[in-house]
Design a protein around this ligand. Structure first.
Ligand SMILES: Nc1ncnc2c1ncn2[C@@H]1O[C@H](COP(=O)(O)OP(=O)(O)OP(=O)(O)O)[C@@H](O)[C@H]1O
Ligand SMILES: [Mg+2]
Length: 349
């Protein structure tokens, strides 16, 4: 069993810190998604585990062992990157055997291990083909087979699905979930900036922004009770409204709101987070009134943008029979249990 531990790991390029004292533990057998915007340091964190970049400070541990000074091929990791990265002049089976040879696996052992990995990814009948004779999705399966052939304790996936079209992506997502069930001891670090992938696949999500870990928790925790404005906005959609904390709720632009979960300090400034799909049309508790500034029909829902006292509030409503018109006055409301307060100033967003 092999978990991963980042122990205050920092990475810098040319004196610029791109990973800032990362502390994070991936438990044995856990899928941890690293989620964050472009340039936030996700790939860098992965490369530090793989051994392709040397931290300027801190330690990386795999299975409790300090691997910070070890070369990549001695770390027992499999890695898959965004672009298939197969060797074009090698057949599928040679590609899959590559890591085994680098590890100096015995000649007798290699064919069986290759067959096993190709079987797992549904690519057994393509063993003799060249990468150029495969579709993008098939190439990515081979890349996954290559990573699995060495029977890694740790699997590093860097946006493995981002080069695939939407339909293929959702099929491969299900495949990865199945592989994880078949390999319950393998720890997976999965880099993505697609929140659906993170929410679907991960046991926990680590949210990165500007070289730092911002938040970490189960998908449900981060979605229902985000710790920061950044997480609230990045994991799912959010309305973030400035409020003042009050007894039993908050005050937004002079309107008293009733909330189930509050902050300890009445009078303090805070941010109210309410998800667009938890707003309903019509009168009710916690009414927000305003004028419609934009209507988007999205098939199964209508997205309304409503100007409430100068704030742009978005609501995702089940498809409305009559399309509301721009400029119409509407009332939205939400249940006291459906909003959370975030302390102001805790977020980088
Ligand atoms: N080899 C390098 N030399 C110099 N700077 C680098 C190098 N690799 C990455 N960086 C910088 O480090 C920062 C973090 O990059 P990283 O690739 O980790 O981001 P990321 O979160 O994976 O982004 P993306 O979602 O776009 O892949 C960026 O500002 C990037 O420009
Ligand atoms: Mg990246």
């Amino acid at each position: 069993m092999s978990g991963i531990r980042f122990d205050s790991v920092s990475v810098a390029y040319h004196g610029t810190t791109v990973l800032d004292r990362l502390d994070l533990t991936v438990e044995p057998g856990e899928v941890m998604a690293l989620l964050g915007p472009s340039g936030s340091g996700k790939t860098t964190a992965l490369r530090a585990v793989a051994g392709f970049v040397r931290p300027v400070a801190g330690r990386v541990l795999i299975g409790g062992r300090d691997v910070t000074g070890l070369p990549p091929h001695k770390r027992g990791i499999g890695m898959v990157v965004q672009q298939y990265a197969l060797f074009p002049h090698m057949r599928v089976e040679q590609n899959v055997a590559f890591g085994l040879k680098a590890q100096k696996a015995s000649k007798a052992e290699i064919p069986g291990r290759v067959a096993e990995a190709l079987e797992m990814t549904g690519m057994a009948s393509y063993a003799a083909r060249y990468p150029r004779e495969l579709s993008g999705g098939q190439q990515q399966r081979v890349a996954i087979a290559r990573a699995l052939a060495i029977r890694p304790g740790v699997l590093l996936l860097d946006e493995p699905l981002s080069a695939l079209d939407a339909q293929l992506r959702s099929g491969m997502l299900a495949e990865l979930a199945r592989l994880h069930r078949e390999l319950p001891d393998v720890s997976i670090l999965y880099v993505t900036h697609d929140q659906v992938e993170a929410l679907t696949l991960a046991d926990r999500i680590a949210v990165m922004d500007r070289a730092r870990l911002q938040d970490c928790g189960t998908p449900q925790q981060l979605y229902r009770a985000p710790g920061t404005e950044f997480t609230a906005a990045f994991v799912g959609n959010a309305n973030l409204l400035p409020v003042t904390v009050a007894e039993g709720g908050a005050v937004f632009e002079g309107h008293a709101l009733e909330l189930d979960r509050g902050l300890a300090a009445p009078g303090a400034g805070a941010t109210l987070c309410v998800r667009p799909h938890l707003l309903a049309l019509g009168e009710g508790p916690n009414a927000l009134r305003g004028k419609i500034t934009e209507v988007q029909w999205r098939g199964s829902t209508h997205r309304l943008y409503v100007d409430v006292d100068g704030h742009r509030v978005k609501a995702d409503l089940p498809e409305l029979r009559e399309t509301p018109a721009l400029g119409d006055e509407v009332t939205l409301h939400f249940e006291p249990r459906d909003a959370v307060l975030l302390s102001a100033g805790v977020s980088g967003a």
